[in-house]
Design a protein around this ligand. Sequence first.
Ligand code: AMP
Length: 578
Amino acid sequence: MIQTDIFPKNNYPFRLPPHLKNYQETYDNFNWQGANNEIVFFDNGKLNAAYNAVDRHLNSPRKDKIALIWQGATGNRQTFTFNQLAALSNQFAHLLKGKGVQKGDRVFIFLPRVPYLYASFLGILKIGSIAGLLFSAFQENALLDRLKDSGAKILITNSQLSQRMKNIRSQLPDLKEIIIIDSDNFDQELASQSGQLEIEKTDPSDYAFMLYTSGTTGKPKGVVHHHYAILSEHVTAKYVLDIHEEDIYWCTADPGWVTGIAYTILGSWSCGVTSVIYEGRFDPATWYQILADNHVSIWYTAPTAIRMLMGKEDVTPKQYDLSHLRHILSVGEPLNPEAIRWSVKQLGLPFHDNWWQTETGCICIANYPTMDIKIGSMGKPVPGIQAAIVDDQGQILPPEREGNIALKPGWPSMMKTIWQNEEKYQSYFVNDWYLTGDHGLIDNQGYFWFIGRADDVIKTSGERVGPFEVESALVEHPAVIEAGVIGKPDPVRGEIIKAFVVLEQEYLEKIKDSTYSDQLKQELSQYVKKHLAGHAYPREIEFIDKLPKTRSGKIMRRILKAKELGQPIGDTSTLEEY
Ligand code: AMP
C-alpha cells in the first residue's frame, strides 16, 4: 500500500470555474471524434495546426487581444496581438516560399526565445513544411546530427549562433540557406512580404513539426508530429492547464523541447490565451518579478526550477505580489512532495504534476483542480487517453505492481513516425501498447506513480540527454579511449551527468598528479560543453581502467550506476567479465 499525503480538492482556491468539472464523468464519456469541434477544420476534413493556434481567433474579438507579451533578456518588452502574430507569421511563410520552400521540406529554427522564433514556427506550418527546433545550447556535434538526419533545407538562426555552423556546413549538402534574423536587411526583407496568406490546407496526418530526442542507443531520433496533434494539445490546455479567457499564462519551457511547442505555441494559443515569454535565463528574482508584473495567473514550470526557487532563502515568493496566480503546474521530472508542500505554504496553491513525453505530443497523465492530489503521484490519465502498467510482453499488471507505463495508441498527438527510421518507431509498440520507456505503478484508486526510466536515458534539469551522445563527444578528445555515461541523482537538477572515462596509455602516468588529473577532468567537461551542448556535459568525471561490457561489447551503464550508488550489481551473466 502506498502511504501518502493528500491535498484535497476542497482546499483548492477555485477562482474560476474549472473546465474539467468532474474528472471521472468526462473521462468516461470522452471520445476524440466528439472533441473535433474544439478545433477548426477547413472543407473536406483538412486543417492546419498554425491556423488553429492563431488565425482562428481573427474572426472573433480575440483578434486584437494580446497573444504574446515578450520580455527580452535585458528587460525590453514587446507585445503582439493575435492579428499581429498572424501577419508576422504570414510574412515568414512568404519569405520561405520565395526561397523555394515547399510542402514537406524541413525548415529548422535555432534561436533563443525571441519573437521571430514563434512567428517563424507558425509560418513554416502555414505553408505545410515541417518545422524542426534546435535548443540554443546545442553545439556543432548536436547540430550536425540533427540537420543531417532531417535533411533540413533552411536554417533560421542569428549571427551569434550561426558561428556554430561554420565547421559543419560543408557536411550538410541538403542545407540550401541559412537565414540570419539579425543581419542588416532582414527586418526590411521580412516587412516587405505580404501579411496575407492562403494557408495550406493540410491533411490531419501531414507532418507539422519534428523534435530530436534521445534514447539509450545511437544518435537522437527525429520524432515527427502531424497537424492533427493540435486537437490533443488544445483539449489538454483546456482541461489540465485550465486556460480561461481572462488568464495570463507563462510556460517557462524552451521550444527546443516539446513543452515549449505544445504549450506555448500550439495548444495554449489555440485556447486564445495571452502568453508571457521570457527570453532570459533562470533567475529567482527575475522570475518572481515576471509573475508579479504581468499578473500571471497560470504558471507551467519544471521541478528543477522549483527546487532552485525553494533553495533560495533571500529571495522568496512572499516578497512579491503573486496574488494573481491561480493555477500552477509542473512537468518533466519527478516532482518532490516537498515542492508541493512548499508551494502550498508560499503561494497558497499546490503544484499540479503532470507527465508526458516528446513522443506523446500532449500531456497524458495529470492532476486536476477538481481531483484530490495524492502528493507524489502524477495523477490520472487525461480524458481520451488510456494508460496502464504492463509487463515487457504488454500484458496489463494489477494495481501496485511495478511495470512499464504504457498508453493505448489512438490519441491525436501520438507521434506519427520516427524520421526515416520505421524500425525504431515500431520498436515502441508491444502487444498494441505504446511503451513509454518509463517504469511506474498504479494504486488502487487509479493514480499513477513514477518510479524511474526503464532505460539509461538521463534527465538533467528536466532535459533529456542520451548517454551515447555524451560518450561520442568524449571519445573525440585525444586523451579518451572510451567512456560510459550515467545519470547520477542530484538534489537540485534531478540528475547530473557523470562520465566514467578510460584514458589513453600516455595519460595514465600524468593523472597520478592530482592537479593534472583535476585539470584534465575540467578540460573534458568543457570539451563536451563546447562540441555537444551547453547543458549536456558531464559535471562529474571519474577515470577508470575498464568499462563493464556485455559479451557483444555494449557498455553496461546500469553496472556503472549501481556501483556509483552503492547498490547491488544484479545479473551479470551477460557480462564480458567483471
Ligand atoms: P521529454 O520527451 O524530453 O519531455 O522527456 C520525457 C520523459 O521525462 C518521460 O519519459 C519521463 O521519464 C520524464 N518525465 C516527464 N514528466 C514527468 C513527471 N511528471 N514525473 C516524472 N518523470 C517525468
